[in-house]
Design a protein around this ligand. Sequence first.
Ligand code: SF4
Length: 174
Amino acid sequence: MGIIEKVPAYMEKIPGGSILITSVEDIMNWSRASSQWYLLFGLACCAIEMMATGASRYDFDRLGMIFRASPRQADLMMVCGTVTHKMGKRVKMLYDQMADPKYVLAMGGCASNGGPFYYDCYSVLKGVDKVIPVDVYIPGCPPRPESLMQGTMKIREVIKQQKLKDFTGDRPMA
Ligand code: SF4
């Protein structure tokens, strides 16, 4: 193996450049953080920004962000849009079908707390965290692609701080 130019700070490089010493925990976190496969679905206008992030100009793929059409192959759920009470049950069902460890990103005001529908709207959930745990919230109506990309960087920080014992079992609700 040749010399790796940019190794994570928590890896120690032995002189000679051929051996890396790390822990199983760190290498698992690093690999998980570097390939977040996200469940592709959108609920409202924020999803347009999510699609723009995945398109050629912002090119989400270069960050290891690959969309999957099945919850069983995804480890990140990006909730992009307005979550109604009716849809909340479906979102929860999709979340339950994802394998652990899994992460949730609430994109925009609607997914975070109901957004413009917070007042005077009987049908909108006041935040998707009422039905599933959320790791990162992104403010905005809608947030720009740059904000979504920064949100996924925050998810990486969450992943890199995880312990092996966190990888099993259900996580508590937020
Ligand atoms: S936060 Fe704004 S842009 Fe996003 S889904 Fe709600 S109304 Fe649409």
